[in-house]
Design a protein around this ligand. Structure first.
Ligand SMILES: Cc1cc2nc3c(=O)[nH]c(=O)nc-3n(C[C@H](O)[C@H](O)[C@H](O)COP(=O)(O)O)c2cc1C
Length: 169
């Protein structure tokens, strides 16, 4: 299977998750290509079997580069298998992923994208990279999840993601 992993990332966490997915695809015997949507890449080639789109959530919305890609290439995505990986801090909340799912649902409604697979994963709390306004804006989610406000922390459960990936190929 030829797998294209297309991602957009402000702080690098989603880029690392995209690289991890590529590594797992290759370990399972598939060909994997990773592309950064910030660079306006070409559409998926005809021999792409599965497109995995990875985006973090910023102020309750997926990355604008991902919105553009999915909207422009909806027909091409419908012609092959597709998956969406949403990366957020809301995914860490003990609310059955309610807030995180709401943000994904809003994205799917907006774009008309209907992925075959969906993974909602927790990203990173990286206050050292963020200004005061950003820390305050997303601090409520951190507090509700019982996390420390001070230290950077990568919160992605890669083992859980790997279990989902194994069902995609
Ligand atoms: C400006 C900004 C806004 C954010 N807004 C949200 C949000 O609305 N909901 C949420 O769950 N996480 C939010 N986050 C947390 C990010 O989704 C999380 O840190 C993610 O790991 C960032 O991925 P990246 O390093 O690939 O950019 C926000 C982060 C930033 C920097």
């Amino acid at each position: 299977m030829n797998v294209l992993i297309a991602y957009a990332s402000q702080g690098g966490t989603t880029a690392r998750i995209a690289a991890h997915i590529a590594e797992r695809a290759q370990a399972a015997g598939h060909t994997a290509t990773v592309t950064d949507l910030a660079g306006s890449p070409p559409p998926p080639s005809d021999d792409t079997d599965l497109v995995v789109i990875c985006s973090a959530v910023y102020h309750r919305e997926l990355h604008t580069a991902v919105q553009r890609f999915v909207t422009a290439l909806r027909d091409a995505l419908e012609d092959r298998q597709s998956a969406l990986v949403s990366v957020s801090l809301a995914a860490a909340l003990d609310d059955d992923d309610g807030l995180a799912i709401d943000d994904v649902d809003a994205f799917l409604d907006l774009t008309g994208f209907e992925p075959d697979h969906l993974a909602i994963v927790t990203g990173a709390w990286t206050p050292s990279q963020w200004d005061e306004a950003t820390r305050i804006a997303i601090g409520t989610a951190v507090w509700r999840a019982g996390l420390s406000f001070d230290e950077d922390r990568d919160l992605t459960d890669l083992a859980a993601l790997d279990k989902a990936l194994a069902r995609w190929w």
